[in-house]
Design a protein around this ligand. Structure first.
Ligand code: SF4
Length: 372
């Protein structure tokens, strides 16, 4: 298949691994954080860590949108379905994330809530059009990639006068979380970032320039395929060896310096920065999420239904927080693959295929790191 198989070629991957082995300096450690659940999934699925020298470590970051959704906001969605009687539309992964007291949207549905799985915000809009007697709420989560479709849906709802449609907005911002991780005192030591790919198609590569400059850590925007990741790793290692900390773009087939201006304009029209947002695993992060602007409040479920958000701690046995900060690996959690499995997730990292625990459970549970 053109343009997919080429990026999954095993011979090319082994050649790249040999090139990486040739350029690493044996007396130093290279700790590279991938900031995107898609990369976490690709690294586990294709066994990329095992191809790398022992002193090159790939560290998972908080890039899985389902994983970083705080329990308090999930409880808000459950309350919308159970207490406010709305039809709550959500992506499939969000249904299984445990909320307070091991409640979930699945269980809310079993308890009589009208919770529907959708594939896109357009499905929720279509439902609102088809059933005007229902109050339809779209539970919007995700990073900069999923925000423009939500903004477009709000533009559409206003243009059509759809008064029974609203959005519970939980969109979060990648650069703010990267800065937060670098600034937090108990964070893991990092040497560079494998920058997100889909997110960067929207926000561009320029936005990481101050992060690389201020932190002294290089950022390489990297595609999702295995060869993309290996090339990105080699580019990072070359920068580190040369003492450079710049933004480089391996994913030039999709990412530009400025990103998608039209998408950013639409988002700016509908959303404004929240002063702070409580991330699962990271805690409160300043200026890291978006709220619907007051002039759009008729379509803001938080305002429409008077939702308040409370902060809820994770299950004590769950190490998602440390994993999302890069301080621990899934295998470090005592309940990994025993009490906690994809069929019975105890924490959010075991739910989505982009979560570190689910990715390791599916592809890497029994794989130890071997030299290439
Ligand atoms: S294995 Fe389960 S409980 Fe442990 S950190 Fe991962 S998601 Fe949380």
């Amino acid at each position: 298949m053109k343009y997919v198989d080429e990026f999954r070629d095993g011979h090319a991957a082994r050649a790249l691994a040999a090139e990486i082995a040739a350029v690493v300096q044996p007396d130093r450690q290279y700790r590279l954080m991938e900031f995107c659940g898609g990369h976490t999934h690709a690294i586990a699925r294709y066994g990329l860590s095992a191809l790398l020298p022992d002193n090159v470590e790939l560290i998972h970051g908080p890039g899985c949108p389902v994983c970083v959704l705080p329990i308090g906001r999930l409880d808000g969605a459950i309350a919308l379905a159970l207490e406010h009687g709305v039809t709550l539309c959500t992506y499939g992964d969000t249904l299984r994330v445990p909320g307070s007291g091991r409640m979930s949207l699945y269980k809310a549905r079993a308890a009589g809530g009208d919770v529907r799985m959708v594939y896109s915000v357009d499905d929720a809009l279509a439902l609102a059009r088809a059933e005007p007697q229902r109050q339809v709420v779209f539970f919007a989560i995700g990073f900069e990639t999923t925000t423009p479709p939500t903004a477009l849906a709000l533009l559409t709802a206003r243009a059509e006068g759809l008064s029974n449609f609203s959005v519970y907005a939980n969109h979060v911002l990648t650069p703010a979380a990267m800065r937060h991780l670098l600034a937090s005192g108990d964070g893991v030591a990092l040497d560079g970032f494998i920058g997100p790919s889909h997110v960067s198609t929207v926000i561009g590569s320029d936005v990481y320039a101050d992060i690389a400059r201020d932190s002294g850590k290089p950022v390489v925007i990297t595609g999702f395929e295995p060869l993309d990741v290996l090339i990105g790793v080699r580019m990072l290692i070359e920068q580190i060896n040369q003492g450079r900390a710049e933004v480089e773009n391996q994913f030039i087939r999709a990412v530009t310096a400025a990103g998608n201006r039209k998408a950013r304009q639409v988002v700016d029209e509908v959303f404004a920065l929240r002063p702070a947002f409580d991330w699962r695993g990271l805690g409160e992060v300043a200026a890291s999420a978006l709220a619907i602007r007051p002039e759009w409040s008729a379509w803001d479920a938080e305002v429409k239904f008077g939702l308040t958000t409370h902060s809820v701690a994770d299950n004590k046995a769950c190490e998602c927080g440390a994993i999302l900060q890069g301080r621990k690996k899934p295998q470090d959690c005592k309940v990994f693959a025993t009490v906690c499995t994809p069929d019975n997730p105890l924490g959010a990292c075991m739910v989505s295929s982009e979560g570190a625990c689910a990715a390791h459970y599916s592809y890497g549970r029994f794989v130890s790191k071997e030299p290439a």
